[in-house]
Design a binder for this molecule. Structure first.
Ligand SMILES: NC(=O)c1ccc[n+]([C@@H]2O[C@H](COP(=O)([O-])OP(=O)(O)OC[C@H]3O[C@@H](n4cnc5c(N)ncnc54)[C@H](OP(=O)(O)O)[C@@H]3O)[C@@H](O)[C@H]2O)c1
Length: 310
């Protein structure tokens, strides 16, 4: 049995070393440097290389190196019977949940206001605690990341609701579904957090109509995908004063182009897709764990449904 890594020549040395170390006992080959393709039972796809998967008849596992699988789902030779898994680690979930918690607390405490006062050297004491209770948070998605965000925000006393493909009640959290459910949640959310996966069904979901359903003064936090958000609609709603602010970590084009209006917009906070980052070692360990599972006849963790795209 052997493991094949399909990566760019520019695949960083630190990642290459982490994979070589983790798969020392399994036999790691880096495409196209492999003699016997029949030996490969696990392929780790860091970049799309059309035609490679069709040459591997004994595959038990196809893995991404990170949470995204778009570069694999687009491959015409993706075998539907072989499990495709993404890499999800507790460390990554922790980081993204922390990022969102910080952003929500900054809005709740109106920290931007105090940042501005400091620049102007103004001492203006102000009550930040609202009499009507804490701001209401709506989560788009109820996956591993959204659930951890909800757990933390609920602990801090924020009323939280969510929206997913399938509706349910999860403990105290109502998970809405469908278009009506989406509209119900949007109209009730002072802070909207996007943690959806990038699929055809979720592309451009945050358009003028849906963002416009948020109550006046709402704030948008995007840690999902840049393709979910229609940039011009967000800017228009911010400029017209309907929305109060946005905290954005993901963008339609990354790196965010130098001339993009988000960079200098006074109501937008930009971070460079850094809410959560996988370490090479954690990624390699998670893939190795999954390989051991499939070799033992168990399903891999975080399998992707290739028909749904997540
Ligand atoms: N910014 C960063 O640094 C960073 C880091 C890591 C991840 N991310 C991003 O975070 C996002 C969430 O990741 P995750 O691992 O939590 O996702 P996940 O576990 O795959 O969960 C996806 C959730 O989205 C829901 N969903 C999917 N399609 C839907 C649709 N058409 N309508 C309504 N709901 C839909 C699913 O509903 P069901 O529950 O009904 O299936 C599920 O609740 C991804 O976009 C990922 O790339 C960002």
């Amino acid at each position: 049995m052997a493991v094949l890594l399909v990566a760019h020549a520019t695949f960083p040395e630190v990642w290459r070393n982490a994979f070589t170390e983790a798969f020392r006992d399994e036999g790691l080959f880096i495409w196209p440097d492999i003699a016997n393709l029949h030996d490969v039972d696990c392929v780790i796809v860091a970049r799309s290389e059309p035609g490679v998967l069709a040459k591997l008849p004994n595959l038990k596992l196809i893995s991404s190196t990170g949470m995204g699988v778009d570069h694999i789902l687009g491959l015409a030779d993706l075998p539907p019977q072989v499990p495709l898994a993404r890499v999800v680690t507790a460390e990554m979930i922790d980081q993204v949940a922390e990022y969102v918690t910080l952003a929500v607390l900054r809005v709740e405490r109106d920290d931007d206001h105090f940042d501005r006062l400091q620049v102007e050297r103004k001492w203006q004491r102000r009550m930040t605690r609202r009499t009507g209770g804490k701001l209401r948070v709506g989560l788009l998605g109820w996956g591993v990341i959204a659930r951890e965000i909800a757990r933390r925000l609920s602990f801090l006393g924020f009323p939280v609701a969510a929206w997913a493909r399938s509706g349910r009640t999860d403990g105290p959290i109502v998970v809405h579904a469908g278009t009506d459910g989406l509209h119900r949640m949007l109209t009730a959310s002072n802070i909207l957090v996007n943690a959806l996966p990038g699929t055809e069904a979720t592309r451009d979901l945050l358009d003028a109509e849906n963002l416009g359903r948020l109550p006046p003064g709402a704030h948008v936090i995007n840690v999902g995908r840049g393709e979910h958000l229609v940039d011009t609609s967000l800017i228009d709603l911010l400029d017209r004063g309907h929305l109060a602010g946005a905290t954005l970590d993901v963008f339609r084009t990354e790196p965010l182009p130098q001339d993009h209006p988000f960079w200098l917009h006074p109501k937008v906070r930009v971070t460079p897709h850094s809410a959560g980052m996988l370490t090479p070692r954690d990624s390699a360990a998670a893939i190795l764990d999954n390989l051991r599972r499939v070799r033992a006849g168990q399903p891999p963790r975080h399998r992707v449904d290739i028909t749904l795209g997540y």
